[in-house]
Design a protein around this ligand. Structure first.
Ligand code: ADP
Ligand code: ZN
Length: 648
């Protein structure tokens, strides 16, 4: 092992710090352990195996399902000075053979291979001669028939790994994993004592929104009008809608393109490239578009129609903001979408033999949760995270419901009532779980309350006028803030803490973000929802397992930091230079430099190579390749603009 991971991170990729989960995965792989890493799109999975590949002796093989994805990754690696190549069916025979030959000579550190190629003779021969310390399985959910991207060719991976002389470490990565899919990955790939990591699904930089436009076309035009120079995807449920939207956008002068399975291969490729290279920054597409599209500067994803489940929605929406910049995910909801999805799910019944009934029910259930997302009034992020089985505060501050349906509410009085109730119970030597406490406060009359004579408590029924959901929200907030605590035991109970007195005796004022009590009038008619209307209205809270709603509560987070004023003139010059270099290199602009790197250049104004190396995303290779051009431009700019002016 030649270099440490921190050094590799800066030298090749130009970054100074790791993102959550990256270090742990890198360490595990380098120590020779198998890994399963579940990390959301944009979390930075690639570096988790690319860095070990550069630290280990020999060649790392990466199995990846999509040609476009491989191409993109290989381009980005080469730009960063990492010798890499790919083997897939798109290569002309000569180039294919040449790549195999050079790989045998040890010229590459990383080789991407399509799963269909794995068991081909020439590859096996070559794999027998090469030291391969690591096999990476990208998009590992493709091995699972429960996932939405099952690929039979992925089943060959296990055999391939087993056929290698010294069994290498196997590292599987995916952004989608329900427990079922996860279990499949572990068993099908035969991972041995793997290090399993799940970083959580939250992506703070995504603003989540649901709109219920009366006229979707008008709403879309308005949305795009306000984002003229940004790149984004508009997902539609059918080819026909894609065509309509594409035409509409062209008529209105947007540089838009289209993608669906009904187009010829050649056109699909061209359109995809137009989008990737920002020649046509808006893409209208069906869900056939996107997997393996690594475009990091997608700044919005609009769903013109509601997808059939939250998993698909989040994966598609998650293609926004991979560069970590603020990005928007907007769902246009209408009851029509629910009906169409229902129809699509149940129509297989007609043809079917009844065997699929369980699957149909399962899919209807998933549609129901999607509908709760679209029609509910609670925090959208909390809804998504709880779907994936993650605890989440019920207020995120960065979704359309939190921004429009929550207010800062004075809860001093409610807090006093709740804590007093806990005190009274304690005086009687009793403590209960949250549900029971809420029940007592509301004056509920269940058996237990009667048997224990709790109606005689002075705090019994003192919150009879408040909704149970709201009391629970406040109760959870008090726990979160340490004014109360949950004590684990046979079953968890709520107890007072050393800080409870601040509320009841010192009468400390308290406020929190809470949903408005009367829902806005324009909530869609809920018969449209696939499930029972009232649970969608109230914010779905019932159920067990993966679908329980988020429990904890976060006080209103820090307000978004206003962007620092930048020298816009310089920024646009830098952007022009970057785009020109990208054209010359025939690469997408973001592979040369992300916007974040250009902004950092504006801030740091590097004039020497060494200063340039300090810029975000600049490694050794990019410094050598592009440092001269950018520092010259910056120098020229500074000589034209008086310093005090350019600092503004
Ligand atoms: P994923 O495969 O998980 O969707 P990627 O590997 O494509 O995500 O990474 C998304 C973006 O984040 C890329 O532009 C990558 O260069 C960047 N990135 C990854 N790790 C870091 C890091 N530690 N610091 C800064 N940027 C990072
Ligand atoms: Zn929210």
């Amino acid at each position: 092992m030649t270099q440490d991971k921190q050094e590799v991170l800066k030298t090749y990729f130009g970054y100074t710090g790791f993102r959550p989960g990256q270090e742990a995965v890198i360490d595990a792989i380098v120590s020779g352990r198998d890994v399963l890493a579940v990390m959301p799109t944009g979390a930075g999975k690639s570096l988790c195996y690319q860095i070990p590949a550069l630290m280990l002796e020999g060649l790392t093989v990466v199995i990846s399902p999509l040609i476009s994805l491989m191409k993109d990754q290989v381009n980005a690696l080469r730009e960063s000075g990492v010798p890499a190549a790919c083997l897939n069916s798109s290569l002309p025979p000569g180039e294919y053979g040449d790549t195999v030959r050079r790989a045998s000579l040890g010229e590459y550190r990383i080789l991407y291979i399509a799963p269909e190629r794995l068991l081909k003779e020439e590859l096996r021969r070559f794999a027998e001669t090469q030291p391969i310390p690591l096999v990476v399985i990208d998009e590992a959910h493709c091995v699972s028939q429960w996932g939405h991207d099952f690929r039979p060719s992925y089943l060959q991976i296990t055999e391939f790994i087993a056929s290698l002389r010294n069994r290498p470490a196997a590292a599987a990565f995916t952004a989608t994993a329900t427990p079922k899919v996860k279990a499949d990955i572990l068993s099908v790939l035969d991972l041995r004592d793997p290090y399993v990591l799940s970083t959580g699904f939250d992506r703070r930089n995504l603003y989540l929104a649901v709109q219920r436009p009366r006229n979707k076309q008008a709403a879309l035009l308005e949305f795009l009008e306000a984002r003229k120079h940004k790149s984004g995807i508009v997902y539609c449920s059918t080819r026909k809608t894609v065509e309509e939207i594409h035409e509409l956008l062209l008529r209105r002068g947007f540089a838009a393109t289209r993608y669906h399975a009904g187009l010829e291969d050649r056109e699909r490729h061209e359109n995809q490239d137009d989008f990737l290279y920002d020649r046509k920054p808006v893409m209208a597409a069906t869900n056939a578009f996107g997997m393996g599209i690594d475009k990091s500067n997608v700044s919005f994803v609009v769903h013109y129609n509601m997808p059939k489940n939250i998993e698909s929605y989040y994966q598609e929406a998650g293609r926004a903001g991979r560069d970590g910049e603020d990005a928007e995910c907007v769902l246009f909801y209408s009851g029509q979408d629910v009906r169409i999805n229902r129809f699509l799910i149940t129509s297989s019944r007609e043809a079917g033999d009844g065997r699929d009934e369980a699957l149909i029910q399962h899919n209807l259930e998933l549609l129901k949760y999607m509908t709760y997302y679209a029609a509910g009034t609670g925090c959208l992020r909390a809804r998504i995270l709880s779907y994936f089985g993650e605890a989440a505060p019920n207020y995120c501050g960065n979704c359309s419901n939190c921004r429009t349906r929550f207010d800062s509410v004075d809860i001093s009085l409610e807090a006093q009532k709740i804590i007093s109730c806990i005190y009274r119970l304690k005086q009687r030597g009793r403590s209960f779980g949250k549900t029971m406490v809420v029940n007592i406060l509301r004056g509920g009359g269940n058996e237990k309350i009667k048997t224990l004579g709790l109606e005689t408590l002075s705090t019994y029924g003192i919150m009879a006028d408040t909704e149970a959901r709201r009391i629970r929200d406040i109760l959870e907030y008090l726990i979160e803030e340490g004014y109360l605590a949950v004590k684990a035991g046979e079953y968890p109970v709520v107890e007072s803490t050393g800080r409870s007195g601040e509320i009841v005796f010192e009468k400390k004022p308290l406020s929190m973000m809470l949903p408005r009590e009367s829902p806005p009038a324009r909530t869609p008619p809920l018969e449209e929802a696939a499930g029972t209307a009232d649970s969608a209205e109230a914010g779905f809270t019932g159920g067990s397992g993966a679908f329980t709603a988020g429990k904890s509560f976060e006080p209103s987070g820090s307000p978004p930091v206003p962007p620092q004023p930048l020298d816009e003139a310089l920024l646009s010059k830098l952007r022009e230079l970057r785009n020109e270099l990208a054209r010359q290199a025939r690469l997408p602009a973001y592979i040369i430099f992300a916007d974040a790197s250009l902004r950092d250049m504006c801030r740091k104004r590097p004039l020497t190579g060494e200063q340039f190396l300090a810029v975000f995303g600049v490694g050794k290779r990019k410094m050598e390749q592009y440092g001269g051009a950018f520092t010259a431009l910056i120098r020229e700019h500074l000589s034209e603009v008086p310093i005090n002016q350019s600092r503004s």
